[in-house]
Design a protein around this ligand. Structure first.
Ligand code: NAP
Length: 271
């Protein structure tokens, strides 16, 4: 039985992951970790997740429970995940990280830490979106530079980072397929006298509102036609099931950085 510790246990994703672990064979949750001062600390994770008591406590100190874990599942914030990865690196614990919004400098640190433990890091753990990553690459490669690319994402009002990690990954993959550098062509929204659209730019727009779990649309537009590819997540369970699948997969893997395409076996498959 694989023993998991959920970090960010009382958050939207943490609670959903606790529920999916309860329903999954071969994995059990042995502790939850929350932010210092969070009202859930000291409580039973099952109660917090709406499952009824399961005899698993929420603590605010990962170092107290890390030795019990076979795998850590972290959906928190970039600074928190980075701290937890440093601990995972010290204790050689496999990890699944779904947190988004890392900055370049933080990414560099992640690459250092993962020399000591296997880590699945992905901005989106759903099968549909990971297929979309491949599809947009294929479509961009076939349509070529004559099509304007725009990316639209829509998330609930509580989301902290913008644009979403998924939208950024979509843009990055499209830019790569078109031989462009994403950082040089990305335009984050438009306002005022921006003039005509420049050739090669990739527009990204982030919408926020209500309880939208996560929608992404990629538009390829040219004169006379446009192609739109849309993924809509209607429940966080799709991400949580992916995270639990990744947790089962990553235990026993050699140290290094992996993503959901490795877990789902999409890496070497032509789209
Ligand atoms: P959320 O509801 O805000 O949950 C995050 C939880 O982490 C909160 O309870 C927060 O506590 C806690 N936290 C913050 N700092 C912590 C620390 N140092 N140690 C332990 N816990 C800490 O957010 P969410 O919607 O679950 O999303 C979490 C992250 O996952 C975001 O980056 C989001 O973009 C990402 N996400 C990824 C996927 C995917 O498939 N990869 C899917 C959905 C979401 P406080 O409330 O006290 O800050």
């Amino acid at each position: 039985m694989i023993k998991a510790v959920i970090i960010g246990a009382a958050g939207r994703m943490g609670r959903t992951i606790a529920k999916v672990i309860q329903e999954t064979e071969g994995i059990e949750c042995v502790a939850g970790v929350e932010n210092t001062g969070h009202p859930s600390v000291g409580n039973d994770l099952g109660e917090i997740a709406g499952l009824g008591p399961i005899g698993v406590k929420i603590t605010d100190d990962l170092s107290l429970v890390i030795k019990e874990a076979d795998v850590l599942i972290d959906f928190t914030t970039p600074s928190s995940s980075l701290y937890n990865m440093e601990l995972a690196s010290y204790f050689n614990k496999p990890m699944v990280v779904g947190t988004t919004g890392f900055e370049e400098k933080q990414r560099e640190k992640i690459l250092e830490f993962v020399k000591n433990f296997p880590c699945v890091l992905s901005p989106n753990m759903s099968l549909g979106v990971n297929l979309l990553f491949k599809l947009v690459e294929m479509v961009a490669g076939i349509l070529g530079p004559g099509y304007d690319v725009e990316i639209l994402e829509f998330h609930h009002r509580g989301k902290k980072d913008a644009p979403s990690g998924t939208a950024l990954r979509l843009g990055y993959r499209i830019a790569q397929a078109l031989g462009r550098k994403f950082e040089e062509v990305a335009i984050y929204g438009r306002k005022g006298e921006v003039g005509p659209r420049s050739h090669g730019e990739i527009g990204i727009l982030a919408l926020r509102g209500g309880d939208v779990v996560g929608d992404h649309t990629v538009i390829f537009a040219t004169e006379g036609e446009r192609l739109e590819l849309t993924h809509r997540a209607s429940s966080r369970e799709t991400f949580a099931r992916g995270a639990v699948k990744a947790a089962l997969w990553v235990v026993g893997k050699p140290p290094g950085l992996y993503d959901m395409e490795d877990v789902l076996g999409l890496r070497d498959r032509g789209a």
